[in-house]
Design a protein around this ligand. Structure first.
Ligand SMILES: *Cc1c(COP(=O)(O)O)cnc(C)c1O
Ligand code: SF4
Length: 325
């Protein structure tokens, strides 16, 4: 078994244990049952090691800790916030935008982020990995308007490299594909995933490839992560980052500009800063649109244009992500 799979298997599965490791056991009464019932708690130990001991407001801790706020039923926060069920193009395919189709390669992730729309998506039936890759590949092959495939999930890098290779070997037979994109948080939360077998696969792909990672705070991008990102670049991938604007995590100008600066040091350009998808259980992460715009304007004043992510929201039925600013 590769090292990364061992580390993944050894992830923290109990929020009370994480609180103990950080010396925060006194806060156990703030935990929600939702971490056991509707969306399992899961955090790689290496990611937990970047949290500040003794700080219940740590921005990395806040992204993963199931808090009582998840139990609030807030108007407008539902189970299919971005119209995924209507955009189903075939088994494991979401086809919303012209020229691009998203392949749900797997439902699994290395970390479970509490703000994620995935907490309600019926992945068991909808992943292309459930023995149905052929149907997904057929869908892509039949539509010549599709020039870019996005491997997403879940997190496609939670699949073994051998499985990824099986998939891209099948895609390689489709003449109208020009680009491949991989959406993944694994290089951030489990950088050991970017091993030699993986970079060998990446470097040998027949298309120009973009890897869009997902970090929300500069503290996620220390030592080993920077090295993993450097390995991805060395394998020829273009590196972009997407973040979600999250109350209590990155909703201030200093945190957002430090994130952009740190990304650049790691060879990654900021791509999108997403307004939160309105999923039930995540309302305590919401930031008002007016504040979001103000923060985005602050970034434009403070940073070169290429380090300012596009502030967008996903609106069901729209032909692209919708800019807020
Ligand atoms: C966000 C998204 C994309 C990618 O959009 P870009 O603007 O090209 O980054 C593609 N397909 C689906 C279903 C998406 O949700
Ligand atoms: S899909 Fe991305 S944001 Fe959602 S739980 Fe997985 S890693 Fe986190």
């Amino acid at each position: 078994m590769p090292d990364w799979q061992r580390l993944w298997r050894d992830s923290l599965r109990d929020p009370a244990e994480l609180l103990r490791l950080l010396g925060l056991e006194g806060y156990a009464d703030r935990l929600s049952e939702a971490g056991r019932t509707e969306f399992a708690f899961r955090v790689p130990r290496g990611f937990a090691a970047k949290m500040r001991p003794g700080d219940i407001d740590d921005p990395l801790l806040r992204q993963v800790l199931p808090l009582r706020g998840e139990e609030l039923d807030v108007a407008g926060f539902g189970v299919d916030a971005v119209g995924d069920l209507a955009a189903r193009g075939g088994p494991g395919i979401l086809h919303k935008y012209r020229g691009r189709a998203l392949l749900v390669a797997t439902g699994a992730c290395a970390v479970n982020c509490r703000y994620c729309f995935r907490r309600h998506f019926p992945y068991a039936e909808e992943t292309a990995a459930a023995g149905q890759w052929q149907a997904a590949v057929d869908y892509l092959a039949d539509d010549e308007s599709i020039h870019e495939v996005l491997l997403s999930g879940g997190d496609p890098l939670s699949l073994s490299t051998a499985k990824l290779k099986t998939l891209t070997d099948a895609l390689a037979g489709i003449p109208h594909l020009r680009r491949l994109r991989i959406h993944t948080r694994l290089p951030i939360v489990l950088p050991e995933r970017v091993d030699a077998e993986f970079t060998g696969w990446l470097a040998a792909l027949p298309w120009p490839t973009t890897v869009v990672v997902h970090a929300n705070h500069g503290n996620e991008l220390c030592g080993e992560v920077a090295a993993a990102l450097a390995r991805l670049r060395a394998a020829g991938a273009v590196l972009l980052n997407q973040s979600v604007l999250l109350a209590g995590v990155n909703d201030d100008g200093d945190a957002l500009s430090a994130l952009s600066e740190r990304l650049f040091e790691c060879g990654v350009l900021p791509y999108y800063l997403h307004q939160l998808d309105k999923v039930r259980g995540a309302a305590h992460f919401a930031v008002e649109d007016a504040r979001a715009r103000g923060l985005h304007q602050e970034l434009m004043r403070r940073l070169p244009g290429y380090l300012v992510p596009k502030l967008v929201r996903e609106i069901a039925g729209e032909p692209h992500k919708t800019p807020l600013a």
